[in-house]
Write a protein that binds this ligand. Structure first.
Ligand SMILES: [Zn+2]
Length: 248
């Protein structure tokens, strides 16, 4: 009993010390929260890197669905080129977006792009497409068309490239090689440099190609190109090739 009485003051002292420490800690928390010690803390901006890392520029692709509106393009067995061009271009756009590529479409509906009152609607239409590509900065320009020829036997997929930019050929070969490998049924032909008669390619300085996806005048090609599943497969392969070139 004597020993217990001697230890009681020690317990009381410990108890008081604990309460004092608790109150001190509580006050410190309040003061810090009020920002009174903020001058002693480094500012948050001090932790922000002085130089923001350079953002990788997102590639821009201008997708040009050929013809439209009053201009059907080539036709065969009731199939009009303008609709197939638009359908394929839409699929290519959807896939390109998945590759983090910004896409600008020259048309998203069945319309001609000529200006009202233009003396030559065809020339005005193509000039509008060139203008859209130029205003996009330095995009990759990909025009989508279907071919036709009086002799039914000709068929196959072919890319034409602009002579104005050396990268155009690389883009064409990227598309050609991937289509040739992944879609042998497309019967890929060798890519060719386009002459000045391909107005839209001749007027552009950026990487620019025009794809003739197949011959509507050929039964086999026409059946493939009007098939939704084939369109999607072809669009995916084209989009993948464009994305590879865009990020190279
Ligand atoms: Zn065409």
């Amino acid at each position: 009993m004597e020993g217990k009485r001697e230890r009681e003051p020690v317990y009381i002292l410990k108890y008081l010390l604990f309460i004092i420490l608790f109150i001190f800690a509580y006050l410190c928390t309040l003061l810090l929260g009020a920002g009174l010690f903020s001058s002693a803390l480094p500012a948050m901006s001090a932790y922000t890197p002085a130089v923001t890392p350079t953002q990788t520029e997102r590639p821009i692709v201008v997708l040009d669905a050929g013809h439209g509106g009053i201009d059907s393009g080539c036709t065969s067995e009731g199939v009009e080129e303008k609709y197939l061009n638009l359908s394929l271009a839409r699929y290519v756009a959807e896939y390109l977006i998945l590759y983090d590529v910004d896409v600008i479409m020259t048309r998203t509906e069945d319309v001609s792009l000529h200006e009202a009152g233009a003396s030559s609607r065809k020339r005005s239409d193509v000039q509008t497409r060139v203008k859209i590509a130029r205003e996009a900065g330095n995009p990759l320009f990909v025009s989508i068309h279907m071919n036709s020829f009086p002799a039914e036997k000709f068929r196959g997929f072919q890319v034409f490239y602009s002579r104005n930019n050396p990268k155009s050929e690389a883009l064409a070969l990227q598309i050609e090689n991937l289509v040739d490998t992944k879609l042998p049924e497309a019967k890929c032909r060798n890519s060719k440099s386009a002459g000045s008669n391909v107005f839209v390619l001749d007027r552009l300085e950026c990487q620019a190609v025009l794809i003739e996806c197949g011959f509507l005048s050929n039964d086999q090609d026409r059946k493939l190109l009007t098939n939704g599943a084939y369109q999607r497969k072809l669009a995916f392969v084209i989009a993948r090739a464009i994305a590879i070139q865009a990020y190279s």
